[in-house]
Write a protein that binds this ligand. Structure first.
Ligand code: 13P
Ligand code: SF4
Length: 320
């Protein structure tokens, strides 16, 4: 894409002009690059972004995130156009189960309730009873009667976390993972504890270390480990309220930007600066500009799929 002769300041100004002209809203996930986050009207986690997409009065939603998020916005706002600045921005976790695979799994357990993480395609959502995000997975599962079997998908670490917190034995978990979070294991946490002995640990439930982290946190001994398992916006809320001065975050390092912006007096470190999500990082300021200017790339969901997928998402929003 040629931006020859245009300065970054001019691009930013044109994005703001186009946004107004087209009555558009720019939504960005907490993992987006700082320059994109700073241009957005709303920056948040998957739950907050779904809520914004459902409520906005704009005509156009430009989604700076990954494809399933833009699809969720299209499902919730069928009368609006939804654009994503790069169609290749996918998600390894969402790719770990297809609608066909879920239909087969359901056929093996016909009486089970299906709870799908929001990181799934519209086809998978259409086959689900409830959606959830990392911010409300426990709450959503707790709202399902104790005696009903639950099929939880597609993240095995989040699923195991939900099994442990709810204490339910009747949750079957799909064996999918996010390649970024799965790589953050107990060894990475133990190295970070060694480097930052006084820090509080904020751990995303998709991480490969979530079970061992929960064990350490359950010891209730701050000298063993101080911290919490949280969604990305949960981390922001926690950091704002906590008296701690130093934090280690176990998630995609894009979260460091809003954490540092909101808490300039506190210090934040990523467990691993290399654990970036290449899909999230595909969105650039130039691509956001092109999206608004050239009206690309529209994300649509077939009407019947959207109708069925809206039910589990709306149940999740009602339970949040
Ligand atoms: P949350 O922002 O909802 O915690 O999700 C993290 C994630 O991996 C989104 O792709
Ligand atoms: Fe998907 Fe993982 Fe990237 Fe989130 S961080 S968008 S779950 S691949």
């Amino acid at each position: 894409m040629s931006t020859a002769g245009t300065t970054s300041e001019e691009i930013r100004a044109d994005i703001l002009r186009l946004k107004q002209e087209r009555n558009a809203v720019i939504l960005a996930h907490n993992y987006q690059i700082p320059e994109v986050q700073d241009l957005a009207d709303f920056v948040g986690d998957s739950l907050g972004l779904s809520q914004q997409a459902a409520e906005t009065s704009a005509d156009l939603i430009v989604f700076c995130g990954v494809h399933f998020m833009a699809e969720t916005a299209a499902i919730l706002s069928p009368a609006k156009r939804v654009l994503i600045p790069d169609l290749a921005a996918g998600c390894s976790l969402a790719s770990s189960i297809t609608g066909e695979q879920l239909r087969s799994w359901k056929a093996e357990h016909p009486d089970a309730v299906v709870v799908s993480y929001v990181n799934t395609t519209a086809d998978v959502k259409a086959e689900s009873d409830y959606c959830c995000t990392s911010a409300n997975a426990v709450k959503v599962v707790q709202s399902i009667p104790e005696e009903r079997q639950v099929l939880f998908l597609p993240d095995m670490f989040l699923g195991t976390y939900v099994q442990k917190v709810t204490g339910r034995k009747n949750i079957l978990v799909w064996w999918g993972e996010c390649h970024v979070h799965a790589a953050i294991g107990p060894q990475e946490i133990s190295q970070a504890r060694h480097s930052h002995p006084n820090a509080e640990f904020l751990v995303h439930p998709e991480c490969g270390c979530v079970s061992s982290t929960m064990y350490l946190l359950s010891q209730n001994d701050p000298s063993t480990m101080n911290g919490a398992v949280l969604s990305t916006s949960g981390m922001l809320r926690h950091a704002r309220q906590s008296p701690s001065r130093e934090f280690v975050v176990a998630t995609e390092p894009g979260i460091l930007h809003p954490l540092r912006k909101e808490n300039p007096e506190k210090r934040f470190y990523a467990v691993s600066e290399e654990s970036t999500c290449g899909f999230m990082k595909m969105i650039t300021v130039e691509k956001l500009w092109r999206s608004l200017r050239d009206d690309v790339f529209e994300v649509t969901v077939p009407e019947e799929t959207a109708r069925r997928a809206r039910i589990p998402i709306e149940r999740m929003l009602a339970a949040s």
